[in-house]
Design a protein around this ligand. Structure first.
Ligand SMILES: Nc1nc2c(ncn2[C@@H]2O[C@H](COP(=O)(O)OP(=O)(O)O)[C@@H](O)[C@H]2O)c(=O)[nH]1
Ligand SMILES: [Mg+2]
Length: 200
């Protein structure tokens, strides 16, 4: 696979690209969505971060994220050319409950989602997984590993998140391109398997 970030900045799409897929990168507050999209995007990611105000202080749970001073108010957008013929458009969707209506637009045309999770607060992933299920969007889960976060065996995480046996579960570091790409590929492969089964 070519490096997503070609030396020329890879602003233009390769001529060989035949398929474009829209994927969502979702998860609760401060789970690493903006970081993930920023790590993978070959174009300068579109970010809509705003300084958190006192008005949001009671809504955004800052426990464990005391150094975080911005929050995504709308979404992140990035692009990743995964192979000569396939380009992925990544939409980072905020998980806070008050953005539920944005999901109506965000999920339109999306093939699936990568749910980022944090082992320090797995229970906070339920809202977002519930929204995906409501919208009928298939998803894979990537545990974004934070320094000092507990490491659990895969089976325990599956159980805690109540995952179906076929739902892919991987670990990544949203700051690292190799592991983040791998996480996204596990979602793409899962979606391809599902599609193949539908047409079998
Ligand atoms: N240690 C560590 N920190 C991370 C990782 N991913 C994100 N962060 C940091 O966690 C904070 C929240 O990340 P952000 O991407 O803004 O979360 P978002 O609210 O989901 O978009 C930022 O300060 C990131 O630098 C990771 O994999 N490991
Ligand atoms: Mg963000």
């Amino acid at each position: 696979m070519d490096s997503a970030l070609a030396s020329d900045g890879a602003v233009y799409l390769r001529h060989s690209v035949r398929t474009a897929a829209k994927l969502l990168v979702v998860g609760h507050f401060a789970v690493g969505k903006t970081t993930f999209v920023g790590t993978l995007s070959e174009i300068r990611p579109l970010r809509t971060e705003e300084t958190m105000t006192q008005a949001g202080a009671h809504l955004d749970d800052l426990a464990g994220t005391e150094s975080k001073t911005t929050t995504t108010v709308a979404m992140d957008f990035g692009r990743l050319t995964l192979s000569d013929s396939l380009v992925l458009y990544l939409f980072g969707a905020p998980g806070q409950k008050r953005f539920t209506r944005l999901w109506q637009d965000m999920t339109r045309g999306a093939l699936g989602a990568l749910v980022l999770a944090d082992t320090r607060r797995l229970e906070q992933s339920f809202d977002v997984m519930g929204l995906l299920e409501e919208h009928g969007l298939p998803y894979a889960v990537a545990v974004n590993h934070f320094d000092g976060a507990p490491v659990h065996p895969e089976e325990e995480i599956r159980e805690a998140l109540d995952l179906l046996p076929e739902t892919p579960l991987v670990t990544c570091d949203a700051r690292d391109r190799v592991s983040s790409t791998r996480a996204l590929i596990s979602l793409v492969e899962y979606l391809q398997t599902r599609t193949a089964q539908e047409y079998a």
